[in-house]
Design a protein around this ligand. Structure first.
Ligand SMILES: Cc1cc2nc3c(=O)[nH]c(=O)nc-3n(C[C@H](O)[C@H](O)[C@H](O)COP(=O)(O)O)c2cc1C
Length: 417
């Protein structure tokens, strides 16, 4: 048998066959519609994300959702109690419908487009807002929903009455067998298994599903094998999609040969022209050294997050922006950043500018692309492109990266022409 490449495998959903490459969701419009559409055109699965979808819609369609909310709650800006700052559910549905619907209308080719839905965006009313987000995405024709950052214990039930509940693809992201077992137990009564399970290991970008002090004691291969064995023992044929640190086509093949249905990748797509990061931030990703990649606890979600040490979000001390955003407010209107910010203000009463080291205003900084979250292998991106005479790296196309995953062998990475 010769050396196999990713293209020798197919991801099967019923009768549909796809190239087994999933581009993972990258929050607050880093995985843009443009990127997802390109991946779908090439026959894979692309993700958009519904994180902060009103602000994404404002940028994409010149709507005014954020202005409207900020204006409505302007009176509360100086108030440390944010419980009054609620999302208008109709507006949230509208924004989701626009972002998802316009993307689906533009879809070409044989691939699929899913939306990444982070449960930890509790939005001051976790159940109601999540239900609206899921329902609006289904209404707008999304091919599938990937539930991330959370335990998803009640999420399927939120949409069990939706006409598309059994036809849309529904998947979950887990980082342990235990989390999966909990999910399956809690959802048993729905008689509706996930259509796929993304198994995300500790080298991924974004939030990590591990504890702060033990993420580095886990590895994707072990968790993947454990979950694959469990499903086999239970007679459950659910496609498994490993994610986190799969950097080359050969990395992908080694999982596909061991029973993976597809792979989910993200970091390699951050330096493509379709990716939503600003051009100068893409260069930061290219230039990153291994020593600059950190995992810290500054996300108010309580999950560890991986990012570049030079991220402007680290140590910033801006006033919480919950009247405009407020995506991380829990059901009682609290966010760990507000607490940290108030503490710093109280202990430096004379300072006009403060710094908050332990938490960050993630809404604002993700919105402004100032939190440079990345997968562990971000420092290898420089080996995937060419250095130009002006000292910058050549931005890739999503097609180039996709095809490289699809056809490369022998751990090679194709450089752009
Ligand atoms: C910039 C960036 C942003 C991300 N944002 C999210 C997100 O919003 N939600 C999520 O579930 N995963 C997020 N991820 C994780 C990816 O979807 C993916 O599972 C993971 O990064 C794959 O590993 P790789 O980057 O090493 O290929 C993000 C990853 C990156 C690099």
């Amino acid at each position: 048998m010769g050396m196999r490449c990713v293209n020798d495998f197919r991801l099967r959903f019923g009768k549909r066959e796809l190239v087994p490459i999933v581009c993972g969701g990258m929050g607050v419009d880093i995985s843009t519609a443009e990127l997802a559409l390109e991946v779908a055109r090439l026959g894979g699965v692309g993700h958009i994300s519904d994180a902060m979808v009103p602000t994404v819609s404002d940028r994409r369609f010149r709507t005014r959702f954020v202005k409207e909310k900020a204006k409505l709650y302007k009176y509360n800006v100086a108030n440390t109690d944010k419980s009054a700052v609620q999302f208008n559910l109709e507006r949230l549905a509208e924004a989701t419908h626009m972002h998802v619907g316009r993307t689906m209308e533009a879809k070409r080719g044989d691939g699929m487009i899913f939306v990444n839905c982070m449960e930890k965006l509790t939005m001051n009313a976790p159940r109601e807002t999540l239900r609206v987000r899921l329902t609006a995405a289904l209404d707008a024709g999304i091919d599938g929903i990937t539930l991330s950052a959370g335990l998803h214990l009640g999420s399927f039930a939120q949409i069990e009455d939706h006409p598309r509940f059994r036809d849309a693809k529904l998947g979950i992201i887990v980082s342990s067998l235990r989390a999966l077992q909990l999910f399956l137990r809690k959802n048993a009564r729905l008689d509706r298994l996930p259509d796929y399970i993304v198994v995300e290991g500790p080298l991924a970008g974004g939030h990590l599903g591990f504890a702060a002090d033990d993420w580095d004691k886990h590895d994707l291969r072990t968790i993947f094998t454990e979950i694959a064995r469990y499903l086999q023992a239970e007679g459950l044929a659910i496609p498994l999609i490993p994610a986190g640190g799969i950097f080359t086509g050969s990395d992908a093949v080694s999982y596909l040969e061991n029973g993976a249905a597809a792979v989910q990748v993200a970091t390699r797509f951050t330096v493509t022209k379709e990716c939503g990061l600003p051009a100068d931030v893409k260069q930061e990703y290219f230039r990153a050294a291994e020593s600059e990649v950190v995992v810290n606890m500054i996300s108010p979600t309580g999950y560890p997050m991986r990012m570049l040490a030079g991220s402007p979000a680290i140590g910033a001390g801006i006033r919480p922006n919950c009247e405009a955003y407020g995506y991380l407010l829990d059901s009682s209107g609290n966010c760990a950043y507000i607490t940290a910010y108030n503490r710093e203000v109280a202990s430096h009463p004379a300072d006009t500018k403060i710094s908050v080291m332990d938490k960050t205003c993630l809404c604002t900084h993700m919105r402004n692309f100032d939190c440079w979250t990345c997968g562990h292998y971000v420092y290898r991106l420089k080996d995937t492109s060419r250095l130009l005479p002006d000292g910058s790296y050549l931005i890739l196309s999503a097609e180039h990266v996709f095809r490289d995953y699809q056809y490369s062998v022998d751990h090679k990475v194709a450089l752009p022409a």
